[in-house]
Ligand binder design. Structure first.
Ligand code: ADP
Ligand code: MG
Length: 261
């Protein structure tokens, strides 16, 4: 690693508890630009909590988190919304907003109080809906579309936010195969544009292996291993963390590990 390149996200001795129940313990982590990072680990290992800590939704009791070398506690919500966008694991919106309104919410941090929204804001929202194949649902209410369609709308909203860091929490659980490929392609493309890094929590180890340059394996709130899919998805670590003996094979076309039943 070139030592001139600075991490865009760093966590130093980060510890976080929910009402005295530790969720993240003594985590040290540096994330560099240009990477697709996958976070994996069993249920309750702290994956969602890490995303919430990085985006400033939660504040650690101990340690320090920096984004672009700035302490997250000192970044205002509005400024943070221009840096990080998040596709949440589950998002229930009680009001039946139209799809186009939800995607447009991604532009709110950029709207100048005096000038109001501009044509560019609408154009960016439109592009995000087009990319995620959500445009034909634009006039529908969010309660009138399927789980997979909804996931694409939340991805569209996150893209409309023109983030430097894009974070996703199990974004693909309801997507069918063709949309999985399509969305991954869009995410990868965004890394060549203004998005500096993508951090995604994965439930599906095979998808994590397929998407990620680097994997972070969490175990009971701590980092068990960071490395390439090969370095992380192997018998030793999966047995240690998931307490089961996995069958690991090589992908027939790509040089990545895949886990089969
Ligand atoms: P993961 O995303 O890996 O499944 P989480 O980060 O959601 O795990 O949770 C880590 C731990 O913190 C779990 O033990 C979970 O039960 C607990 N936890 C998560 N959210 C809350 C909350 N809002 N209040 C109390 N405990 C929580
Ligand atoms: Mg989670």
């Amino acid at each position: 690693m070139n030592t001139d390149i600075k991490p865009i996200i760093s966590l130093e001795n980060v510890t976080f508890s929910y009402n005295h129940h530790p969720a993240i313990q003594e985590v040290n982590l540096s994330i560099y630009p240009g990477q697709f990072i996958g976070i994996i680990g069993p249920n309750g290992s702290g994956k969602t909590t890490i995303l919430k800590l990085i985006s400033g939704i939660l504040t650690p009791q101990k340690g320090e988190i920096k984004v672009f070398e700035q302490d997250v506690r000192k970044i205002s919500r509005k400024k943070m919304a221009k840096i990080i966008s998040v596709v949440p694991q589950e998002s229930y919106i009680s009001y039946n907003y139209k799809v186009k309104e939800i995607v447009f919410m991604g532009r709110i941090p950029f709207i100048n109080q005096w000038q109001g929204e501009t044509l560019l804001d609408y154009q960016i929202s439109q592009d995000a809906m087009e990319k995620t194949d959500s445009l034909h649902h634009a006039e529908k209410g969010i309660h009138q579309i399927s789980g997979g369609e909804m996931q694409r709308v939340y991805i569209a909203r996150a893209l409309a936010q023109s983030p430097k860091i894009l974070m996703l929490d199990e974004f693909s659980s309801h997507l069918d195969l063709s949309y999985k490929y399509e969305i991954i392609k869009i995410l990868r493309e965004s890394l060549k544009e203004e998005v500096k890094c993508i951090i995604s929590v994965f439930h599906d180890l095979n998808l994590a292996s397929y998407c990620s340059d680097k994997l972070i394996l969490l175990n009971q709130g701590g980092i068990e291993k960071i490395g390439t899919p090969h370095e992380v998805i192997n018998e030793y670590y999966l047995k240690k963390v998931y307490h089961t003996r996995p069958n690991i094979i090589q992908h027939p076309e790509l040089s990545i590990p895949q886990v089969i039943m």
